[in-house]
Design a protein around this ligand. Sequence first.
Ligand code: PBE
Length: 268
Amino acid sequence: NENASVGEKLEYTITGIDPGAGIMGQAEEALSEYGLDNWEIQESSGAAMTAELDRAITEKEPIIVTGWIPHWKFFEYDLKMLEDPKGVFGGEENINTLVRKGLEEDLPGAYTFFDQFEWEPEHLQDVMLKIEKGQGEQEAAKEWASENEDLVKSWVEGAEPGNGAEVKVTYVAWADVIASSNVVKYVLENELDYKVELVQVEPGPMFASVADGSADAMVGAWLPSTHDAYMKKYKDDLVDLGVNLTGTRNGLVVPKYMEIDSIEDLKE
Ligand code: PBE
């Protein structure tokens, strides 16, 4: 039916990602803040969400997803983030690096690296796009590092080599965290002679593993809003090395061909 509302066409369903993601809590909050009581957020995953988005765009159908910047999907498709006048999605945020207590004493070179690791959204986008276009994750990290030698040098400056010591980094399978964790692995291994194990986990265990010391570091803490609940729970048990990137955004994302501009437009 051509005249059906967006809600009717979508059966009042927003395509979400994994249940432990901060953006899922924000999306639920958006439903209650904007009075969208008849809508629901469907659980999925980062990869399944982009597959759904691709299918809908190929068929020129409406779709609403939980989306974030930086992400390669904004380069692959013509998308817009719906306005969020109530600020439920927290506006611009930072990504922080968190390490376990004792890392500075145990692996000082790795600690120095994590402390100095900082880049721009454009850098992270470059790596994400290389991976999305089909390069292996380490291959993409290697090519990116060769294109950004000065920045990479600034991360390892003054850092003692690891002589083969092992570093364990936990990450969630979100495109941005996959890319950043792989760059960290590549640089620690190839510039500082560490051996890095990347361990894919669920969002809660990503924080818990660094807090209980079973992992050494994570580079995907979105703050102050997205991962606020995890930070409240674990902040006293880990070391926050501060911002590694600034200027992220979360929200509800739709193809540009959809005739809505604000989350408020969903209330009809
Ligand atoms: N994200 C990407 C995550 C943080 C990184 C926005 C999907 C989340 O919502 O928890």
